[in-house]
Design a protein around this ligand. Sequence first.
Ligand SMILES: CC(C)(COP(=O)(O)OP(=O)(O)OC[C@H]1O[C@@H](n2cnc3c(N)ncnc32)[C@H](O)[C@@H]1OP(=O)(O)O)[C@@H](O)C(=O)NCCC(=O)NCCS
Length: 126
Amino acid sequence: MSLEERIAKSRTTLFKAVFPEMTNHHNMMHGGKAMELMDEIAFMTATRFCRKGFVTAGSIVNHKKPIPAGTLIEVVGEVVKVGKTSLKVSVKIFVEEMYTDNRFEGVDAQFTLVAIDQNKKPTLVL
Ligand SMILES: CC(C)(COP(=O)(O)OP(=O)(O)OC[C@H]1O[C@@H](n2cnc3c(N)ncnc32)[C@H](O)[C@@H]1OP(=O)(O)O)[C@@H](O)C(=O)NCCC(=O)NCCS
């Protein structure tokens, strides 16, 4: 399988409704909850890319716009760089109003995940 095919095949998305258990006292999506969802999507994207075991080594997160309660979100993960034992996965959260077609990017993040072997040591991604 080519790299492009692997990247396309492992692109991973998740839709959720921003219900009260996900929001803070400002009536916006809680940042920690967003991180949890994005880390899980990054992990699933990396796993689906090459079916190896992965741990998260680091992340850079840019909360661009608040995500209001009562919206729909789409979390999208895509491999953007393939290293020796690590992958960089872009994770974005897109926000949609429930009763309009308005859609915008709320969060833009990049996660580094490292493939590990049975001894939890870095191993080749491919
Ligand atoms: C991630 C971990 C396996 C890396 O082990 P290590 O011995 O430091 O790894 P190395 O120095 O050999 O680097 C391995 C690769 O990871 C990358 N890397 C390591 N630490 C990194 C970091 N903090 N940020 C970005 N990349 C990192 C290196 O650039 C290298 O990439 P490459 O092989 O593609 O060139 C180790 O630090 C670890 O287990 N950390 C804890 C992970 C964890 O508990 N995560 C939370 C739960 S999933």
